[in-house]
Design a binder for this molecule. Structure first.
Ligand code: FMN
Length: 367
């Protein structure tokens, strides 16, 4: 029987060769938002991994939208120029289709690098004042600046400008980062948004900003290219954003032409009660898929080929997102293909690594 993980999948006008997606992973290695040689190594390696889709890390739509000073950006001509050769390399040598995740880090912005403990950075240490829907800080982080309606409108323009840059660079897909306690999620969760205007209060009002960003980017992004959204499907916290809210939002997103939802979770408050374990967020993707019919990506501690295959066979998700498993073993898709009876997609330079090519013939033929 043909493996489902290695069957193709179509998102709007984009054909993916298989269902493996490299999840966006911030590298904290950019300079003023500009990609560096680290990104060439990191993304080049993942582009030849055999995954069907590679989504670039959370990429900021303006300098203040960054989580850390090392975040990738797509808000200046310089940012665009720095990313261009990396995209070209991935296209030339890799088989993965290329997506990019657009972000604003919200009230978590202006933090130090991951390996420096993500401690808040003050403006005198090169940080900035983060923005948020409300003047409610993330515990342990500085007080954010509450966004005015003018700030909201101007930020939507920034998302659109970054989407246009992503199109010029030739990206196939955009994902909006609506998870992990970042700005879009800040608007959704009652724990971080207690505004009393059109952008806070009722569920409809808390969803307004996310839907406005979605509509504006959808209008600017070519019709045939997919646009998806990563959501924290639950805050895992009393009084927070819930799975029922996520289903309601996914329904609206789907009606507006959203191509998929990735069901991540958490990030709004520390001390969340997360039932961590293999595939712990898969039931969230399953529920969104079953209740709304929107394609979903499952993410979170999916590490085994058989596990990924079972999730797809059970109809819990349409695509399988992998983060840490791909850093640990960037050849994960090759191994999974062999285990599930499919053919890995090798670049020609590496094809002699295939177990079927390990006989003696090639050694005598060409050294
Ligand atoms: C190094 C690293 C960087 C990450 N950066 C991002 C990011 O930029 N955007 C995002 O939505 N999630 C990010 N995540 C979360 C992952 O995409 C993923 O949701 C999480 O690691 C769970 O999946 P896993 O068990 O396959 O690692 C990051 C995770 C890691 C390990």
């Amino acid at each position: 029987m043909t493996s489902k993980l290695f069957s193709s999948f179509r998102l709007r006008g984009l054909d993916l060769a298989n269902r493996i997606v490299v999840s966006p992973m911030a590298q904290y290695s950019a300079e003023d938002g500009n990609a560096t040689p680290w990104h060439l190594m990191h993304l080049g390696n993942l582009a030849i991994s055999g995954a069907g889709l590679l989504i670039l890390e959370a990429t900021s739509v303006n300098a203040r939208a960054r989580f850390s000073p090392g975040d990738l950006g797509l808000y200046s001509d310089e940012n665009e120029e720095a990313l261009a050769p990396i995209v070209d390399f991935c296209r030339r040598h890799g088989s993965a289709k290329l997506g990019i995740q657009l972000q604003h880090a919200g009230r978590k912005g202006s933090s130090g690098l991951a390996w420096h403990g993500q401690k808040p950075l003050s403006p005198k240490d090169g940080g900035w004042v983060p923005q948020s829907p409300d003047d409610i800080p993330y515990p342990g982080k500085p007080m954010p600046e509450r966004m005015s309606v003018a700030d909201i409108k101007s930020l939507i323009d920034d998302f659109v400008a970054s989407a246009r840059r992503a199109d010029r660079l030739g990206f196939d897909l955009i994902e909006l980062h609506g998870a992990h306690g970042y700005l879009l999620h800040n608007f959704l969760s009652p724990l971080s948004n207690q505004r009393d205007d059109d952008y806070g209060g009722s569920l409809d009002n808390r969803m307004r900003f996310v839907l406005e960003v979605f509509d504006a980017v959808r209008a600017a992004w070519p019709e045939e290219k997919p646009l998806g959204m990563r959501l924290s499907a639950t805050d895992w916290a009393e009084g927070g954003w819930t799975l029922e809210d996520t289903v309601a939002l996914a329904e609206r997103l789907k009606a507006r032409g959203c191509d998929y939802v990735t069901a991540s979770s958490g990030g709004t408050v520390p001390g969340q009660e997360i039932p961590i374990g293999p595939g712990y967020q898969v039931p969230l993707a399953a529920r969104v898929r079953q209740e709304t019919g929107i394609p979903t990506m499952a993410i979170g501690l999916i590490t085994e080929a058989r596990q990924a295959e079972d999730i797809l066979e059970a109809g819990q998700a349409d695509l399988i997102c992998l983060a840490r498993a791909m850093l640990f073993n960037p050849r994960w898709p090759w191994h999974a293909a062999l285990e599930l009876g499919a053919e890995p997609a090798f670049p020609p330079q590496y094809e002699r690594a295939h177990p079927a090519m390990r006989g003696g013939d090639f050694l005598t033929a060409r050294q």
